[in-house]
Design a binder for this molecule. Structure first.
Ligand code: GDP
Ligand code: MG
Length: 607
């Protein structure tokens, strides 16, 4: 297929609007995957299958013959995640494309990520095709949703396509639209080879796999490539297309999306967004500007559950950080939790998925400490620092900071009009400031509100509250929007009079006593009773603001327990019990002679 017949496009939409299902139909219609393939075929990660969401953008090539002109085209499709926590995946993918298919559920209508992903595609200068999805559903409101899409994107209502990933309706017309409306890549076939590295991962069998969008020229298998970030030269041991499995070819050409396997061991020397040249090409050409670094929203410590897993965690982190460039990480050593990392994530779901991937894909169970937003501190000596861990907050005898600023976000909320007052109330409770309220359609039934909110109020349970208040009919998305002063304190925690930095956290001064009380009640539940009294105190600026006491377990009860286990008739049950106890022991951390389970550190998340 000549370069002018390549089409590179992404599918973008709000969560659950049918992207992955439509990809299945597109791939089946060209015979890339069998008719009876599992659903959401491209969602290959265990976490994706378990949660039913796309976390990682996936690429697949397909050959399509156009009915209109009878010619064959090479289409490269990138399926993207919809959730705001994975928006960096979307923006990265869009750089490899010239077009995007914006899907919108024909029953639900426009939602917050329909708006935000459209703006991303628009800013990336892509040709945006609009399509209603799930048009097979009885309650589909086709005309109404077409009008909404027209207001959002400026395309006329009769240009909005209708598709169903369930029945396959509209798939042939969508393919024709992609072929005839999305422009071919603009690269020069005769120029020296130049490609954008837009994703990478480590495969235990093949080694480093680089996913690239080729701008100019051609690459042959076995050639030497120059990677702009490290400046190193590697041999392209294998090259090919993604179907969606790696499928080797002899050469890759301008306009294609493909992969290169390099024999490099040092994973850290690659960066998504860098430029890959044929060796020598770097001397005369201009590299790509590189991706904007991700903007972490929440920080948490990541430590191995079993202290002995430190090395395993290091290998796993290197590999996972390569495929998820939106995570910021640096080494951290905690006296209590051992050697681990302090990481920045795009949201709590992102943090949770990251933690789960470490466990499922790399076999390392980790605990994550209380997530915190990054605060700006103006110190007494005039310097400004960013603090993203309560342990780093100056406490007596150090001088308190002169000023503390917290991060803000601009939230985009899309909702039915009648829910507006309830949601406004919620935003006000969360210290929000209303910026605008506009209708999304001519009838004014669907509203788009913008609010400025403190990030700390958004990352906890804001989304859950929004869902509950709106019965799932409101959606939201947010973007960083500067900083504002905040009256913040550090709450220290003492176990049997010993200060435990790993348990300390931030709170608004006015709310510190209440939050502390709740937190201690949580600790009271998760810390097992011992043979002695355990006193736990929450301290702000040297003053105790809350305390609990865990009463000792009586000696005879312990004896009784041992006795009853000893007499348990079933030996395999007993073995299992002992195994579980051992497992449990491994996870406990001894702090001030108190056995603290990992749950104590994450307790803050759920409050
Ligand atoms: P994504 O989050 O945008 O990738 O959405 P998915 O493809 O994972 O689909 C979300 C849900 O909608 C799944 O339960 C699908 O079975 C369902 N779904 C997707 N497309 C259609 C469709 O065309 N018709 C119907 N009735 N359901 C669909
Ligand atoms: Mg999906």
């Amino acid at each position: 297929v000549p370069p002018e017949r390549n089409r590179n496009f992404s599918i973008i939409a709000h969560v659950d609007h049918g992207k992955s299902t439509l990809c299945d139909r597109l791939l089946q219609s060209c015979g890339v995957i069998p008719e009876n393939a599992r659903e959401q075929f491209l969602d290959g990660l265990e976490v994706e299958r378990e949660r039913g969401i796309t976390v990682k953008a996936q690429t697949c090539s397909m050959l399509v013959r156009s009915e209109k002109d009878g010619l064959q085209y090479l289409l490269n499709l990138i399926d993207t995640p919809g959730h705001v926590d994975f928006s960096y995946e979307v923006s990265r993918s869009l750089h490899a494309c010239q077009g995007a298919v914006l899907l919108c559920d024909a029953v639900q209508g426009i939602q917050a990520q329909t708006v935000s992903t459209f703006h991303q595609a628009f800013e990336a200068d892509l040709e945006v095709l609009c399509a209603l999805s799930k048009v097979d559903l009885d309650y589909a409101q086709k005309e109404e949703v077409k009008r909404q899409m027209s207001v959002l994107t400026g395309v006329s209502t009769d240009e909005v396509l209708e598709v169903s990933g369930k029945t396959g309706q509209g798939v042939p017309s969508l393919l024709e639209a992609i072929i005839h409306k999305v422009p071919p890549p603009r690269g020069k076939a005769q120029a020296p080879f130049k490609a954008l590295l837009f994703d990478a991962y480590y495969d235990s069998r093949r080694g480093m796999v680089l996913l690239i969008a080729i701008e100019d020229g051609e690459l042959r298998k076995g050639s030497k490539i120059h990677c702009s970030y490290s400046g190193r030269v590697h041999v392209a041991m294998d090259i090919g297309l993604l179907y969606p499995d790696l499928c080797s070819v002899d050469n890759l050409r301008s306009g294609q999306i493909g992969f290169i396997v390099v024999g490099a061991k040092d994973i850290r020397s690659f960066r998504v967004g860098e430029t890959v040249w044929q060796e020598g090409g770097e001397k005369s050409g201009e590299p790509f500007p590189g991706f904007k670094p991700a903007h972490p929203m929440v920080y948490a410590g990541i430590f191995p559950e079993a202290v002995s897993d430190g090395e395993k965690l290091e290998t796993a982190m290197q590999r996972l950080l390569l495929t998820d460039a939106s995570v910021e990480a640096r080494r951290d050593i905690s006296p209590v939790l051992g050697s681990g990392y302090r990481c920045g994530f795009l949201g709590l779901l992102h943090l949770d998925v990251f933690r789960q991937r470490l466990s499922r894909e790399y076999g390392v169970d980790v605990l994550a400490t209380s997530p915190t937003v990054p605060y700006h501190l103006l110190l007494a000596n005039g310097t400004q620092v960013v603090v993203e861990h309560a342990g780093d907050f100056p406490t007596p005898p150090a001088m308190p900071p002169k000023e503390v600023e917290e991060p803000l976000v601009t939230a985009t909320i899309v909702l039915p009009r009648e829910l507006t007052p309830g949601i406004q109330q919620l935003c006000i409770e969360r210290r929000g400031e209303e910026l605008s309220v506009e209708p999304l359609d001519n009838a004014g039934e669907r509203i788009l509100m913008k609010w400025r909110l403190p990030l700390a109020e958004v990352i906890t349970d804001f989304f859950d509250k929004l869902q509950a208040l709106s019965h799932g009919f409101a959606s939201f998305d947010y973007q960083p929007a500067g900083y504002q002063p905040v009256d913040l304190v550090k709450v220290g925690v003492r176990l049997n009079n010993e200060h435990v930095d790993a348990l300390s956290f931030f709170a608004l001064r006015a709310k510190a006593p209440e939050v502390s009380r709740k937190y201690l009640e949580k600790l009271e539940k998760v810390i097992p009773a011992q043979l002695f009294d355990i006193g736990i105190q929450a301290v702000v600026g040297g003053k105790v603001v809350a305390k609990v006491r865990i009463k000792p377990i009586r000696k005879d009860v312990v004896a009784q327990k041992i006795l009853s286990h000893g007499h348990s008739g079933d030996p395999s049950r007993k073995a299992k019990l002992l195994e579980r106890q051992k497992e449990g022991k491994k996870r406990l951390r001894e702090i001030a002679k108190v056995q603290v389970p990992p749950e104590a550190f994450v307790a803050m998340v759920k409050m």
